[in-house]
Design a protein around this ligand. Structure first.
Ligand code: ARG
Length: 463
């Protein structure tokens, strides 16, 4: 038979369209462990504060064990729960009634689904925050491994997608690694705010039976309790923070994906993805498409959409609990799943791709040393603005003669500006290696500065 949480006053059932709109079990069944955990702690607290006898407490705990095992089995077998309950909270309580008898009727004492659902979601989020951090750290480890291995590969660096200056390939990889590092820091920072127990807030007013909310929170592994019962059942800011960080992380992965997609084109050809991370065309047999990274790039848009969607839901809601809030879990789970998949795929692509260092080198051209030439003059006392113009004149002269900067005769250089110095001295500028090695300042692309970034990130990972 069906176990009802409410309806004593009602003479009719909700219509089927409302049931379908209202029922959240297909989504929140994912919270079954958290719901059982919260119920165990709640029962223990009711008992400890004298609202539940030892016998009832024992029956409830034993019943919850059975409920958890039953839900676990059902979900792993069918991927869903065959249950007429409207949400996971009703499903757990309904099943507890079957396993624990009359004691089950006492579990919901002074508890509301409002504080219960908020608690379950926060408990789940704490696990999710950890899991995303772990996944990102794994990806960072992969990137660091490559950065270390490929520190001597020199590649073109771009601004506006125009050839700009030579850089170490590792420096490029690390530029994305640092963004992911900051995402981990963000997730860690928001953990403290998520780790507050709403239990004992009731529907909105608090708990009329004396219980110890701190002891209860501790039992559940929360760092703190929510400070106001109305705020507790109302607040979904931790969900917003998660969705926002997921969006930003999505943006980071998307930009990385875009770089690698471009670099994998025949026109660039710096990287090639393995079969495992490529897909083919149904029509064109020669195609090797970077679909994985394209999906990662697209996912950023979906993540941003979910973050925005949830803010739209929250905006203008009256205080405390309103059913609009129920959509939090759908968006949270969806974003979490998408983000985790994206991190895994992006990480796998990077782990397994091959880098064609010759192709990268072949895309460097002497004009990318124009900035170095200006610095060369600056070191010889020429004001930078004048040096910039002088090198501009050199570029123009080289274009007139149809040669590149390296092939431009030395006489032309000194005719434009005597400070360019002797032919032998000037020749030393035309080395990719020498170029990148000038950028020794912290955060630069010189070998030591890149190595230092790697060490910093490794130390951070080991923290
Ligand atoms: N399933 C709801 C949610 O996830 C919790 C139920 C609260 N129901 C209520 N009538 N106040 O948000």
């Amino acid at each position: 038979g069906s176990y009802k949480l409410w309806g004593g006053m009602f003479s009719e059932e909700p219509c089927s369209a409302l049931r379908r709109l209202n029922d959240s079990l297909p989504v929140d069944c994912r919270l079954f462990r958290e719901d059982v955990r919260g119920s165990r702690a709640w029962a223990a607290e009711l008992h400890a504060s004298g609202h539940l006898t030892a016998v009832d407490h024992r029956d409830i705990q034993a019943g919850l064990d059975k409920v958890e095992a039953e839900l676990e089995a059902e979900l792993s077998q069918h991927g869903r729960l065959v249950d007429s309950a409207e949400d996971i909270h009703s499903a757990v309580e309904g099943r507890l009634r079957a396993h624990a008898g009359a004691a089950a009727l006492r579990l919901h004492t002074a508890r509301s689904r409002n504080d219960q659902s908020a608690t379950d979601t926060r408990l789940w989020m704490l696990g999710a925050l950890e899991a995303v951090q772990r996944e990102l750290k794994d990806m960072i480890t992969v990137m660091l491994k490559r950065a270390e291995l490929e520190i001597d590969i020199i590649a073109p660096g771009y601004t506006h997608l125009q050839r700009a200056q030579p850089i170490r390939w590792s420096h490029f990889l690390l530029s994305h690694t640092w963004a992911l590092r900051d995402d981990v820091v963000r997730l860690k920072e928001q953990t403290g705010r998520a780790s507050r127990s709403p239990l004992g807030s009731g529907a909105l007013a608090g708990c009329a039976l004396g219980i110890d909310r701190r002891r209860l929170a501790q039992r559940l592994g929360f760092r703190d309790v929510t400070p106001n019962s109305m705020y507790a059942v109302s607040c979904r800011d931790h969900v917003v923070e998660f969705l926002n960080t997921a969006s930003l992380c999505g943006v980071h992965l998307s930009r990385l994906a875009e770089d690698l997609i471009i670099y994998s084109t025949q026109e660039f050809g710096f990287v090639k993805f393995t079969d495992e991370f490529s897909t083919g065309s149904s029509l064109m047999p020669q195609k090797r498409n970077p679909d994985g990274l394209e999906l990662v790039r697209g996912a950023a848009g979906l993540l941003m959409g979910d973050a925005f969607a949830f803010c739209c839901v929250l905006k203008g809601l009256p205080s405390t609990y309103n059913k609009d809030l129920q959509s939090d879990k759908e968006l949270l789970f969806r974003s979490y799943d998408k983000l985790m998949q994206c991190i895994k795929v992006a990480s796998g692509c990077i782990d397994t791709m091959s880098v064609d260092s010759d192709k990268a080198l072949s895309c460097l051209e002497p004009s990318m040393l124009a900035t170095d030439l200006a610095h060369w003059l600056v070191r010889r006392g020429v004001p930078f603005r004048a040096a910039h113009h002088t090198v501009g004149a050199v570029l123009r002269r080289a274009a007139e003669l149809g040669v590149d900067l390296q092939a431009l005769p030395h006489a032309e250089y000194v005719a434009i500006c005597p400070e360019f110095g002797s032919e032998e001295e000037l020749r030393s500028v035309f080395s990719w290696e020498a170029s990148v090695e000038q950028y020794t300042t912290a955060g630069g692309t010189a070998r030591a500065a890149v190595q230092d970034q790697i060490e910093q990130l490794k130390a951070w990972l080991a923290e």
